[in-house]
Ligand binder design. Structure first.
Ligand code: UDP
Length: 246
């Protein structure tokens, strides 16, 4: 993996090939994916995901085979810059899914929402239909299930075009990979905590924080329990520096 050479369209960040594109370009890729009759996976990557891929071979393989890996997280943009590469901008799960919702009304795409605590996906669906009138959400399920079978059956019956999976990083991509052969969708995206934001349970950082690349700090202050997982950030930057120097 570490040997993937940088190509014009991808940046190799510690062995993970991250697509070099803007939000608008990512949305164009989504439109192309929806025209093909097969499952596509989008991973919105951040330094935690890169570090997880370095320890978890299965996850690394999934990232390698994903149809699009976007740079969610300012750490990744900075890391790429240290490596001498420019990622044009952050493409977060929430911005990407919002862009897809806007396009979906015109294109007629339908959705299934999977993940978050009981009640959240349902509340997110209600808020989304309110915000994007006419949006087709065919079903939802919370993310604290033991048995995937009833969910797979429901998705098979409802045949949504797009599946948003919010089970947390790693878990959500593995769920899609494991059950891909049963998923009649054209696109699955791991969206982390986005359903909590759409449902209004968690506030997204104000624009100023987003623009300054400090969204992570806002989230950390609001949810101090995130500190443990954020400790990988200095390790990530250290490894990037080492890779840039040697
Ligand atoms: N979650 C879930 N099932 C689980 C563990 C987590 O549905 O077994 C949900 C959780 O409720 C939250 C989302 O996954 O809505 C993860 O949010 P987080 O902001 O931690 O996203 P990450 O940064 O891990 O992608």
């Amino acid at each position: 993996m570490e040997g993937i050479g940088p190509s014009p369209a991808k940046v190799n960040v510690l062995g993970v090939a991250v697509d070099k594109l803007t939000l608008n370009e990512a949305l164009q890729r989504v439109e192309a994916f929806l025209k093909e009759d097969r499952l596509h996976l989008i991973v919105t990557a951040n330094p935690e995901i890169i570090m997880l891929a370095r320890q978890d071979e299965q996850f690394a393989k999934i990232l390698e085979q994903a149809d699009l890996v976007t740079a969610d997280g300012i750490g990744l943009v900075i890391g790429a810059r240290i490596l001498g590469e420019d990622l044009p901008e952050r493409v977060t799960g929430i911005d990407l899914s919002s862009g897809i919702f806007r396009l979906a009304r015109e294109k007629g795409w339908s959705f299934y929402l999977l993940g978050a605590a009981p009640g959240v996906a349902e509340a997110a669906a209600a808020q989304l239909v309110d915000k994007y009138p006419g949006l087709k959400i065919t079903g939802w399920n919370h993310g604290y299930f033991q048995d995937s079978e009833p969910i797979l059956r429901e998705i098979e019956a409802r045949r949504p075009d797009i599946l948003l999976v919010a089970l947390g990083m790693g878990r959500q991509e593995k769920w899609v990979w494991e059950h891909g052969h049963r998923l009649p969708v054209k696109l699955a995206i791991g969206v982390g905590g986005s359903l909590d934001v759409y449902a209004g349970r968690v506030q997204r950082a104000p624009e100023l924080f987003q623009r300054l690349g400090l969204e992570w700090l806002y989230r950390l202050v609001r949810q101090p329990s995130r500190l443990g997982r954020m400790l990988v950030l200095p390790v990530f930057l250290w490894k990037v520096l080492k890779a840039a120097i040697f």
